[in-house]
Write a protein that binds this ligand. Structure first.
Ligand SMILES: [Zn+2]
Length: 137
């Protein structure tokens, strides 16, 4: 399946507000693509199943917010350390969870992309343009 990492690299190349530490770093781009691929692969095990297709698209939609530190829509603790930590420790504050995730996370050292809402939207559009109802089957 074709991915859209090239488009992310383009954005970064053309717009300096995406460049730099804590922003759209190369490792982050690969992480985003890996998450998208995971959602697609899971769906392809149930190819043609409407509810699995919807689940897949929902999952792709939360990838960017998730990488920006907004886990309010992450609903699969298997894919989101923050969510699984919260599930295990329902009485912890956001700060406590954040801290613990940073401590135990290897990838990205538990950090988030520090992008504006506008920046997040732009990345989300790239992802949704590439992965949508017409393209994921
Ligand atoms: Zn998350």
């Amino acid at each position: 399946m074709k991915n859209c990492s090239g488009e992310f690299f383009n954005i970064k190349e053309k717009d300096s507000s995406f460049r730099g530490k804590g922003l759209l770093e190369n490792g982050r781009i690969l992480g985003i693509m890996a998450d998208a691929r995971k959602a697609i692969t899971t769906y392809h095990d149930h190819l043609g199943d409407d509810s699995e297709r919807k689940k897949c698209l929902d999952q792709i939609m939360v990838i960017i917010p998730h990488h920006c530190g907004d886990h309010s829509s992450c609903n699969d603790p298997g894919l989101c350390q923050y969510s699984s930590m919260k599930k295990e420790n329902p009485d912890w504050t956001d700060e406590q969870i954040q801290h613990k995730v940073a401590e135990t996370s290897l990838r990205h050292e538990g950090t988030y992309m520090d992008l504006s809402e506008e920046g997040c939207d732009r990345l989300m559009k790239v992802l949704m343009k590439r992965f949508n109802l017409e393209s994921i089957d």
